[in-house]
Each structure stands twice: as C-alpha cells, then as structure tokens.
Design a protein around this ligand. Structure first.
Ligand code: SF4
Length: 421
C-alpha cells in the first residue's frame, strides 16, 4: 500500500457534510448545481429524517464534521430554524447558505442568529446589480444581498460571500473582493465553475485563464485584504502556490510561471485597490468575526489529505460532492459512517496511484490531484486528468529538500485557504 493510500485509509471522517436541505428556490441561477425548482421535491427528507441526519453527523464524534446546509433555498424548509437549533444543541458547527430572496428578511435573519447559526454563506457573482442579477436570473437580488449584509452586521451574525468564477465576472474579481471587504464579510470564497446542473461548460473561463486566476489568488492571499478561500475546482491552485513560493525563494526559475493577459488585468486592479486601502486599516479584513472553517481545514492539512467533504442530497442520497454525481449510498437505508468508510470512490479519489493522465504522474499530485468533479463532468471518468489544468508534469520537477505539504503550511494555505492576518 502506498503512502497516500495509507493516509486515506487512516482518514476516518469527513471535514464537512453538505446537506442540500431542499431543492425549492425562488431564483434561477445560471450555474445552479441543484437545478433548483420552485417547489420542494415531495420525497425530500422529512423533519424527523433531517434530525436523524444531524444525529448521523454527530456520530462521527468530536471534532464533529461541520454541517453546511445548502439548497435550493434552505429558508423554504418550514423546519429550518428547528433543525439548526437541534444541530447546535447536538454540538455541531453550522453554516447555512440561503438564497437572497424576499425570505432573507430581517425576521428570518434574526431567527437564523437566534437558532445558533455560526456563519451564513451568500453568493455574490458581481460587484454591481447588472452583473449579479443577470447571473441570478431575478432583478433586485443584488440589492437584497446588500441589505441582508447590513442586517447581519447590525445584529452580529457572521457571513461569508461566495463567488462562482465564470466568463461573466472573471475580470471583475478584484471589485467583488473589495465589495466583500466593504460589506464586512468574514471571508470571500471562490468556486471555479464545474459544468453540472444548469452550469454549462461555455459559461466557464478558458483553460489558460484558470492559471491566471490562480496566480491572482496567490497575490490576493499574500496581501490578504480579506480572508480568501479558493474552493471547488481550485485544486491546481495548491500547485501554483507552491511553485510561486519556490520561485520567490530562488529555487525555481521564474520562467516556469505562466502569466497571461487576464492575470495582468487582475493584478493591476488589485495593486490599485491595495493602494486605496487607508494605511490606518492596514490589510486586516473589514470584519474579523470568527467563524471560518480554518481549524477544521488545518486538521485536513495535518493528515495530508484534502477535500474530505461529502454531500447529502435533499432526498438523502450521498455523493462525494455536490459537483460529482456518483452515488455512494443513501442515509435512509445506511449510515453516513458506513457509507464514508466503505466507499471505493472516496478511497480512489484520495489515492494518487489511481489517477490517470498528467495527474497520475504529476510531481504535485500529493497536494493537488486535480478536480475530480471537473474530470468527471468533462470526460465521464472521475480519475482522469483535470482537463482545465495546463501544467505539464516535470516542468518544475522534484526539488531536493522541499516538501509540498510543508510549503503549503508555511504559506498558511489550509485546505487552500489563507486567512487574512
Ligand atoms: S496535472 Fe493534475 S495533479 Fe498536476 S497540477 Fe495539474 S491538476 Fe494538479
């Protein structure tokens, strides 16, 4: 058994469990992975089954996986506040990602806080109403988002903002970052578009542009004007971060870096914005309320194993992630613990020896492994090489005396996040 397989076998529980509590939603987002509808699925987990699922999350024992409640619009579940309260009484850390519809009003925001929600996650897909609303499919969504952030700031409910990077907003990422900071988000998270649900491949950015975005994220994390996290679809970011550090330390020649036109656009905007941040504010985040999952992701790094979340659908089916439609089991007929422990797919995904193509021979596959969801979405094989990574294995090569995981730790990239300091 190779080292990575051994570590995978030792991995006894997921870092987080994402629960798609309902697929009912009032928005029509272009990238919706759930292909949400305006009514709940009649077969969605009942209130009792929702509580049983929470018990199953707690059965992993402390430190518990984080419970991330998503949708659809979780606020369209009549029992959502009871479920959050139950999860909190059980001792779980709970985040919820509601849609910004009229249901995200003051009354419900206060109820989310009173129920014990640790962090609210909301989507921001543009720095202005035009960009955001055209993506979300409903006019007024941007204004509603801004209003919700004001209420959350007022009552002390931490929130983070999430952006799906697409061709529609990629050049505006620096503006979205600045707006997220101004609105008082505890963090700004970026997803790369994975073509599932309503998200079409042509909405995404070009292959070379991913490299530019990852290099921009490295600059952003270095200067940390806000806590940043690059999540789903950003796996090759870890390779970019390590290579940038090796170049900075003079261990690798700078000509291995690829900086295309998009990078220069993003970097020059970022430089301009950094100049505009008053010195009195330094580069600390606008709000520094605790609540990001850094502690759990740090433990992920300790194991040397990444991406250990799993996804439970509104009807109780279990998948490796919301973007990877490979059914692992069903919480109605089995336990999450069993499903997680026995899944061949999860073991394969953590075993670098099983990866194919460039990912199989890459000197960075111990920290990256590519996006398995993107490989599956584009090729139909979750072990294939990540088709949106441009790296040619061997270009950098193994550097004597360097350890990729140690470099990520040094950079404080915890499960590819870096907290503002
Ligand atoms: S080739 Fe695969 S493992 Fe290597 S950096 Fe690209 S996505 Fe990651």
């Amino acid at each position: 058994m190779d080292t990575m397989t051994t570590m995978a076998t030792m991995t006894k529980k997921p870092v987080s469990i994402m629960w798609e509590s309902t697929i009912a939603c009032g928005l029509l987002c272009k990238h919706c992975k759930a292909s949400a509808k305006n009514k709940p699925d009649p077969d969605e987990l009942t209130p009792e089954e929702g509580r049983a699922l929470i018990d199953q999350v707690a059965s992993f024992k402390r430190p518990y996986p984080i419970l991330r409640i998503t949708g659809g619009n979780a606020l369209m579940r009549g029992d959502i506040f009871d479920l959050i309260g139950y999860a909190k009484d059980t001792g779980l850390n709970v985040t919820i990602a509601p849609s910004t519809t009229p249901l995200l009003n003051r009354k419900n925001i206060v109820k989310l806080k009173d129920a014990g929600t640790d962090v609210v996650a909301m989507s921001i897909d543009g720095p202005d109403a035009g960009t955001h609303d055209s993506f979300r499919g409903v006019p007024g969504t941007f204004d509603r988002l801004v209003k919700a952030t004001r209420i959350m700031n007022e009552i002390g409910l931490p929130f983070r903002l999430l952006t799906t990077v697409t061709k529609f907003n990629v050049k505006k990422l620096p503006e979205i970052m600045m707006l997220s900071r101004e609105l008082g988000a505890v963090g700004w998270y970026m997803y790369m578009l994975i073509p599932t649900g309503r998200a079409r491949e042509e909405y995404g950015i070009g292959v070379e542009e991913y490299e530019d975005v990852f290099n921009f994220i490295y600059d952003l994390m270095k200067f940390a004007p806000i806590t940043v996290n690059a999540i789903a679809g950003s796996e090759p970011y870890r390779r970019v971060a390590v290579v940038r550090k090796l170049v900075e330390d003079g261990k690798v020649d700078a000509n291995v870096l690829k900086h295309g036109p998009l990078y220069h656009i993003l970097k020059s905007k970022l430089d301009r914005f950094l100049e505009d941040i008053p010195e009195t504010q330094g580069l600390a985040p606008a709000s520094n309320t605790p609540g990001t999952p850094a502690a759990s992701t740090a433990s992920t790094l300790k194991d040397g194993v990444f991406g250990k979340g799993i996804f439970v659908s509104n009807t109780g089916e279990v998948f490796p992630s919301s973007f990877l439609p490979l059914r692992l089991g069903d919480v109605r007929t089995d336990t999450l613990k069993n499903i997680y422990a026995k899944s061949r797919v999860l073991k394969d995904m953590q075993d670098t020896a099983r990866l194919r193509g460039r990912c199989g021979i890459c000197e960075f596959n111990d920290i990256c492994r590519g996006s398995r969801s993107r490989a599956y979405a584009v090729t139909g094989d979750y072990l294939e090489e990540d088709p949106y990574c441009t790296y040619l294995p061997g270009t950098v090569g193994k550097i004597t005396g360097t350890d990729n995981i140690s470099i990520l730790k040094q950079l404080k990239v915890t499960n590819f996040s870096r907290r503002a300091s």
